[in-house]
Ligand binder design. Structure first.
Ligand SMILES: *Cc1c(COP(=O)(O)O)cnc(C)c1O
Length: 391
């Protein structure tokens, strides 16, 4: 999609105010007893009680739904709030889920540690192997959970092929689209039933909002909304309002971050101290054909390993001046972390090994700095490494 068209679809057709108002309100009143009775029968009322919905939240839901090409959406207090709501709403004792080895750490922990306690079985597969999804299916499989490109390895799942498998068997599919953003990829168009976002990342885009979102058909969102009123992962109106403010520049930020990450990935790929760079925009990406078929742009996230392994990685991370040593991604400032360190309180060492996250892997999420400045900083950091090793 061209950026101009993307910006147009981010305008809310139902509102006349050019910038959104904020409804910092928990409860609304009904004019009569009959009106109050009617409110209690309504699904997803906006003017009743905040846990059931709120006008600012509803506006955010309409705008992200337009960006993803979805019929309906449900905003939550965090990305994990969205994932938990999906699990609670759609799965029961005896059900089975197929998920990927490489997914967001919180999603992996929920599936490994919590789902089995409620009698839900999970099989994890290599996302690059479509046949592995087919082999993992059982008569009890109710949900296939995808994340593409995955964090932090930037591997792709063939969404069209996996959703075709699921459709044929009446299994629901879910895709975490946080890393790509709707600017670069729209999984609902590839046949996925539910798309999820950590709105905390690029959608809000300024490292000051924690929120999540699930998108799909009105019927599925209605089921999720019922569970959501019990899970209680409610977005605050102020966070919804800030996310709306961030969304107005999503296409500009996403386009810049695509360009910047491409330049940084190409620079790193050409540096002798770098062993491997994981970025969908590099022609050497092992799934380059699928990348071109499935993604419109390649995103702001990349990861790489140095020839000097974990020790060199720690040294480089400390030597860089521009990116901040911090979790999260999709913000205005570049962040870099060793994912193995970041996930050590969520996953055991074996689980990290199973998720294929090497100790020396560095994850780099570009912000809105100029690529020339980021490359100059990487160049001084890598030069310091080389001179130290030479001594
Ligand atoms: C951050 C993130 C999440 C979790 O979102 P929160 O808002 O932190 O709960 C899920 N998936 C991906 C890919 C993420 O980056």
């Amino acid at each position: 999609m061209r950026p101009g068209r993307f910006l147009t679809c981010l305008a809310d057709p139902e509102e006349l105010s050019v910038a959104p108002p904020i409804h910092q309100v928990v409860n609304y009143s009904a004019p009569t007893a009959e009106d109050f009775d009617a409110l209690n029968e309504q699904s997803q009322p906006r003017h009743y009680y905040r846990r059931y919905g709120n006008p600012t939240q509803a506006r955010l839901e309409r705008v992200v739904a337009a960006a993803e090409g979805a019929e309906a959406a449900l905003a939550t207090a965090s990305g994990m709030g969205a994932v938990t709501t999906i699990v609670v709403a759609l799965l029961s004792q005896g059900d089975h889920v197929v998920a990927q080895h490489s997914m967001y750490g919180g999603t992996l922990s929920l599936l490994r540690d919590v789902a089995p306690r409620f009698g839900v079985g999970v099989t994890f597969v290599d996302q690059t192997d479509t046949d592995a999804f087919a082999r993992a299916l059982t008569p009890d499989t109710k949900l296939i959970m995808l994340e593409t490109p995955s964090n932090p390895l930037l591997q792709l799942t063939d969404v069209k092929a996996v959703t075709a498998l699921a459709r044929a068997r009446g299994i629901l599919t879910f895709a975490d689209n946080t890393v790509a953003t709707p600017f670069n990829q729209r999984p609902l168009e590839e046949g996925v039933d539910l798309v999820m976002h950590s709105v905390t990342k690029a959608i809000s885009g300024h490292a000051d909002v924690q929120a999540g979102m699930v998108l799909g058909s009105s019927e599925l969102i209605e089921r999720l909304w019922r569970a959501h009123t019990m899970v209680g992962s409610v977005i605050s109106p102020f966070d919804a309002w800030l996310a709306l403010r961030g969304l107005r520049t999503l296409s500009l930020r996403a386009e810049r971050q695509n360009q910047c990450a491409q330049a940084v990935a190409e620079y790193l790929a050409g540096h002798p101290a770098v062993r491997v760079v994981n970025y969908p925009g590099l022609p050497g990406h092992p799934q380059h054909d699928l990348v071109k078929r499935q993604m419109r742009g390649f995103g702001g996230l990349l990861s790489f390993e140095l020839r000097g392994g974990q020790a060199a990685a720690e040294q480089l991370i400390s030597a860089l001046r521009l990116p901040v040593r911090s979790p999260s991604l999709g913000g205005t400032r570049s962040t870099l972390v060793r994912p193995a360190a970041m996930w050590s309180n969520e996953l055991t060492e074996e689980e990290l090994a199973e998720a294929n996250v090497p100790g020396g892997l560095i994850r780099f999420a570009v912000g809105l700095e100029h690529e020339a400045d980021l490359i100059a900083d990487l160049s001084q950091g890598l030069a310091a490494l080389a001179s130290e090793n030479a001594v």
